[in-house]
Structures are given as structure tokens and as C-alpha cells.
Design a protein around this ligand. Structure first.
Ligand SMILES: [Fe+2]
Length: 196
């Protein structure tokens, strides 16, 4: 008899899968940062923090396996998660849609969750690049106004999709300052883990 796929995932299960597939340090840091932001936002917005956090932790799960082949990005992650025994529609949709326009999944962002994931994971790029240039390289003392300034400077961390971030903020219903402040707080909470 086929074992049925689980529609819920614990943080422990998510972490085990993450640790099994994601080996590149940069990707591990990026996904931990994405998770921290999504958990924080979900809690603030009264959403499912476990779902949002786990999805963010796993959203780039296929990146080491695909070795830069973005065509299957997202779709491959869903395949891996199914092979691990999970079938979580909201998670799979958000993961496939986070790389809308980049991968060939053809899946578009639809829900608030989809839009916020796509923006939050891009925002990690701005914050981490900003911190890397600080003399102390610590998240501590980072102001939302500084991050805002970098967002408005297209040449800074140029690969970060500013439009995705703007749409995420809009979808959250929060003002830009609150959204950025929550993201900075999320980084502060995992500062030791991410070496900041
Ligand atoms: Fe990502």
C-alpha cells in the first residue's frame, strides 16, 4: 500500500530536509534569513508561522542540485519534497511562484503568502549586503532608513528584485518602515546562527 503524503510539516522535519539537500553556505544563510523574516511576518499578520517559516527555509532547496539551471528551479524543489513524503499545496504553490519570470514553472504569485515570500527572500539580499559592508559586519544597530536607502539605489545588490519587495510590502498591508524593521529584527534574532 502506498503511504499517503503528509500535508503538515514540523520545523524539525523541514530542518532535516534542508540540512540534507542544501550544502552551499551562502544558500544555507540565505534560507535561514528568509525563514526568520517569514516567521516574523506571519506572526505579525496572524498567519501560519510554521507554514510560512518552513516554506521560506525550503524555497531554494533545489539550488545545489540544479547548479544554476534556473529552468527547473521551484519545480525541482516540489519534486524533492514529494519524494520526502509531503504534499502541501500552499507551500508548493508559493515555492513555484517565488521565481516567477525566472524559472519555467509558469506558476504565478497569487496569494498574499506567495507575494510576501517572493519579496522577503529578495530583501535578505539587501540586508545581508548592507551588513557585509558595515565596519563591524553586525546586524546590530542597522536602521530601516539605511535599508530603505539601499532599496532606492538600484546599483546596490543589483540582482535583488525591488519590484518583488514592493509588492510584498503592499500585500502585507504594513507600511514600508514597519516591514523593513520586522525584517531587521528577524535578522537580529538569528544573528549568531548567521554569523552577523
Ligand atoms: Fe531564495
Amino acid at each position: 500500500m502506498m503511504q499517503s503524503l503528509k500535508d503538515r510539516m514540523s520545523r524539525e522535519e523541514a530542518f532535516g530536509i534542508w540540512d540534507k539537500y542544501l550544502k552551499t553556505n551562502y544558500l544555507r544563510l540565505h534560507t535561514l534569513e528568509s525563514e526568520a523574516i517569514m516567521r516574523k511576518l506571519a506572526t505579525k499578520l496572524g498567519e501560519d508561522a510554521e507554514l510560512w517559516g518552513n516554506t521560506a527555509l525550503l524555497h531554494d532547496l533545489d539550488m545545489d542540485i540544479l547548479e544554476g539551471d534556473y529552468q527547473q528551479h521551484g519545480a525541482k524543489t516540489v519534486e524533492l519534497l514529494k519524494s520526502e513524503g509531503f504534499e502541501i499545496p500552499q507551500m508548493f504553490q508559493a515555492i513555484k511562484a517565488h521565481c516567477e519570470g525566472v524559472s519555467q514553472t509558469g506558476v504565478k504569485r497569487e496569494t498574499k503568502f506567495d507575494f510576501i515570500l517572493a519579496g522577503a527572500e529578495n530583501l535578505t539580499g539587501i540586508i545581508s549586503a548592507y551588513v557585509a559592508l558595515k565596519p563591524d559586519k553586525k546586524i546590530d544597530g542597522t536602521k530601516s532608513s539605511s535599508i530603505r536607502k539601499k532599496l532606492k539605489t538600484p546599483a546596490f545588490a543589483a540582482s535583488v528584485n525591488r519590484e518583488f519587495i514592493a509588492l510584498a510590502i503592499e500585500a502585507s498591508g504594513l507600511d514600508e518602515n514597519s516591514f523593513l524593521s520586522l525584517a531587521i529584527e528577524a535578522f537580529e534574532e538569528i544573528a549568531t546562527e548567521i554569523g552577523m
